[in-house]
Design a protein around this ligand. Structure first.
Ligand SMILES: *Cc1c(COP(=O)(O)O)cnc(C)c1O
Length: 349
């Protein structure tokens, strides 16, 4: 299907038709020249943030482009990946008509956004080892399922999805395939961004909220074909990434070595933590992880969750999710925090 893929058949008709808002900063952007800017009703007195931000985040995108090796016109930035996902739903999914496919247990926002946008969420569960049921997904697909959401490494299970399964879905699923790579920097795998040229229906989302340590600034990154990015640009709020975020994100993107060092430490801590957890009596299973979190099965998740809170440690109770009976998800913390976690576990056992 990728051979004769035509994005125009997937764009909502109202989106295809609309004329986007043209902001003052769209019409004139050359800050290099010594110009007097009286076009946007801003307060003229300098506060470092009195001017509207660059609506296209050119500087930040250029740096991301060279670090991530994706052309600038194949990058969209948003107010967290949450905004990126919301834009994708609103661009391609007709409320009351279209559907998505999700693969629980996975990130909860995909379903919430389906409800907000009034599109059906067809759930095809992962297998018990948290891999894709490719035949089940293809069987659930029809002309209304315009978007398939995959999360790799997956949240809450922490594992990478099999590459061959994803590749088959990219080839055979008759719609857009979004791969959420929020945790890719922790994984021993390349980003799917290296395969953008092969799959015109591929959309990738990443974020600075996890490995890059900037959850507070809200920066989500989307990679796709230039055609898909152009559709999303058309409907995004003009100033969706504020100037403080653009500045802070750029500083961090320029410090790759620092990010890599922190990731390395987190992964060493994760592996040490997993070895400790394996030894505990109340832990019956520690699932493999390609992420910065560990899913584990305990004797009684609800009880242990409450006991942890009493001991001052907050973990995530995932026991209501499919295949996650009595499972807790634990984020890898600093060495000191991880010590406290193990001490708390020992008080429980
Ligand atoms: C944490 C997380 C995100 C991050 O979303 P932001 O809005 O960028 O903070 C996205 N997807 C998954 C699967 C996550 O776990």
């Amino acid at each position: 299907m990728s051979k004769n893929f035509d994005i125009n058949t997937l764009v909502r008709p109202n989106v295809a038709k609309l004329t986007p808002y043209s902001s003052a900063r769209d019409e004139f952007t050359d800050f290099e020249k010594d110009m007097v800017f009286l076009d946007a009703n801003e307060n003229p007195f300098n506060s470092d943030a009195n001017r509207y931000p660059d609506p296209h985040q050119v500087n930040l995108k250029q740096h991301l482009s060279s670090v991530k090796r994706v052309p600038v016109d194949q990058i969209l930035l948003g107010n967290g990946s949450d905004e990126i996902l919301d834009l994708i739903y609103r661009a391609f999914l007709e409320p009351g008509e279209d559907a998505i496919i999700t693969t629980p247990p996975t990130y909860g926002m995909y379903s919430v956004l389906a409800n907000i946008n009034n599109v059906e969420d067809k759930k095809v569960l992962l297998t018990s080892d948290f891999q894709l049921d490719v035949d089940g997904i293809l069987a659930a697909a029809n002309e209304k399922t315009k978007l398939l959401l995959l999360c790799s490494p997956n949240n809450p299970s922490g594992n990478l999805l099999n590459q061959a399964d994803i590749e088959r879905l990219l080839n055979e699923f008759n719609g857009l395939v979004l791969i959420d790579e929020a945790y890719i920097d922790f994984a021993k795998a390349e980003s799917w961004s290296t395969r953008l040229q092969d799959f015109p229906n591929l959309i990738i989302s990443q974020t600075l909220s996890k490995a890059y340590g900037l959850a507070g600034i809200r920066l989500g990154i989307c990679y796709a074909s230039a055609e898909i990015i152009a559709v999303l640009n058309k409907i995004k709020p003009p100033y969706n990434v504020n100037s403080l975020t653009q500045t802070r994100a750029l500083q961090r993107v320029l410090k790759q070595a620092e990010v890599e060092q922190e990731v390395k430490t987190i992964l060493e801590e994760r592996d040490a933590l997993m070895a400790e957890l394996e030894k505990l009596d109340i832990v019956s299973k520690v699932f493999p992880s390609d992420s910065n979190s560990i899913l584990l099965r305990v004797d009684d998740a609800n009880k242990r969750y409450a006991e942890f809170i009493e001991l001052g440690v907050v973990v995530r109770n995932r026991s209501s999710q499919p295949h996650c009976e009595n499972c807790l998800r634990i984020t890898v913390g600093t060495p000191e925090e991880n010590k406290k976690l193990i001490e708390a576990f020992k008080k429980l056992s």
